[in-house]
Design a protein around this ligand. Structure first.
Ligand code: DC
Length: 224
């Protein structure tokens, strides 16, 4: 894949805790291209909805608010900060309350329509690695490379637990497994762009693989 050529897209999809963000970030660094965490965009919209007391409001009301929701990414020492209406919400969007509500918010038709549009706009004339649930199936169906990462629910819960401990949030492994399975069910069964593997995606089960093994595998599939 020639770096000087713009408009390359690498789609990395999979369920929560499959290692998508870690792998996508490192891959983008290696390829010196843009990385976008599409899940962070759904999380930022969810945070806005929670903070503005819109959770139980109609889809029409939520749709009217969408244009007031500005989401940007800013590179910093720690990696990539997520900015919601000029506020750094990188930590807040990972909280348990947001995780609990995000599947419901991301199943809304107009939320998806708006975020898919924004994701395509960000990617215009860019060499980009984007991770999410529907990147290979809906956002970039013509992506140069599609990877679908999976892992056992137990290992995914352990990974999420570590992330949450860094945010000083505590939850038992069993409760996390249940939360992850509930989110998988909701994400896979929603009507619009459910979590699903694109037909032409390469499936990698990361349960017993190190990060560097996964990256090596992906490297071997990169178009020359
Ligand atoms: O990757 P994550 O766990 O941070 O994603 C949070 C939620 O956002 C996930 O439960 C489903 C939703 N999501 C989505 O519907 N489509 C995407 N492309 C990315 C995330």
């Amino acid at each position: 894949m020639k770096l000087e050529n713009k408009n390359h897209q690498i789609a990395i999809d999979g369920p929560a805790g499959s290692g998508k963000s870690t792998i996508a970030k490192l891959l983008a660094r290696k390829l010196k291209c843009l990385y976008i965490d599409s899940g962070a965009m759904y999380r930022a919209v969810t945070l806005y909805i929670i903070e503005n007391d819109l959770l139980n409001k109609s889809e029409n009301t939520i749709t009217r608010h969408l244009k007031k929701i500005k989401i940007t990414f800013r590179e910093n020492k720690k990696g990539q900060a997520v900015i919601l209406n000029n506020k750094d919400v990188s930590k807040k969007i990972r909280s348990l309350v947001v995780s609990k509500e995000v599947s419901k918010v991301s199943s809304k038709k107009n939320v998806r329509k708006e975020l898919v549009k924004r994701q395509r706009e960000i990617a215009k004339n860019q060499f980009i690695v984007m991770d999410g649930r529907d990147i290979g199936t809906t956002v970039f169906p013509e992506a140069d490379l599609k990877i679908y990462l999976t892992a056992s629910p137990y290992i995914r819960a352990i990974r999420r637990k570590k992330d949450l401990e860094n945010l000083s949030e505590r939850i038992s492994t069993n409760a996390l497994i249940k939360q992850i399975q509930r989110r998988d069910d909701l994400d896979s069964s929603r009507m619009i762009s459910p979590l699903s593997k694109a037909q032409d995606a390469i499936v990698i089960d990361t349960t017993n693989l190190t990060i560097s093994n996964v990256l090596k595998l992906i490297n071997s599939f990169l178009p020359a």
